[in-house]
Design a protein around this ligand. Structure first.
Ligand SMILES: [Zn+2]
Length: 156
């Protein structure tokens, strides 16, 4: 659901993105690429499912940080206001989202030929998860160039 939908009720991740002034895909200090946007949208939906559809309980989830680490998505939340059962469902949803990120190109969202690795010639130390096309684009960067992850967030 989107803000132009009259039934839209902002979820935790949406709030976090608004707070960082990046409504489409989270970017900034703790940034991820455009390709993982749908994973975050799905996670927002899962937060609602985990805390009760038709309630505002999902607003009790405080999203602290969204970032990439070792090629995978990381989502950190404060869920101490939830019940134990709700908290377990939220943590399971985050686990699934993080697992899915390892099968999804962080730039384009493709799930074909996705691989988690540093670059081919070892020039870059950071491990990222990309499709073959975007690993190639990264491998062919010239010194000083950065790979745009589709939303203005860049990596080397
Ligand atoms: Zn890609």
């Amino acid at each position: 659901m989107r803000p132009d939908n009259p039934n839209f009720r902002p979820c935790a991740i949406y709030h976090h993105r608004q707070w960082t002034n990046q409504p489409a895909v989270h970017v900034g200090h703790d940034a991820v690429g455009e390709g993982w946007g749908p994973i975050l949208d799905e996670l927002d939906h899962q937060f609602v499912m985990a805390t009760g559809i038709g309630t505002d309980n999902h607003r009790k989830i405080e999203v602290l940080q969204i970032k990439e680490k070792f090629g995978g998505l990381r989502v950190y939340v404060n869920a101490t206001q939830l019940t134990g059962a709700e908290r377990i469902r939220v943590i399971e949803a985050i686990d699934r989202a993080e697992e899915k990120s390892f099968q999804t190109c962080e730039k384009c969202g493709s799930t074909e030929g996705v691989e988690t690795r540093a670059n081919k010639n070892g020039r870059f130390s950071r491990v990222v998860t990309l499709c073959q096309e975007h690993h190639e684009e990264r491998d062919n960067l010239l010194p000083g160039q950065r790979l745009d992850l589709g939303n203005g967030n860049t990596i080397v």
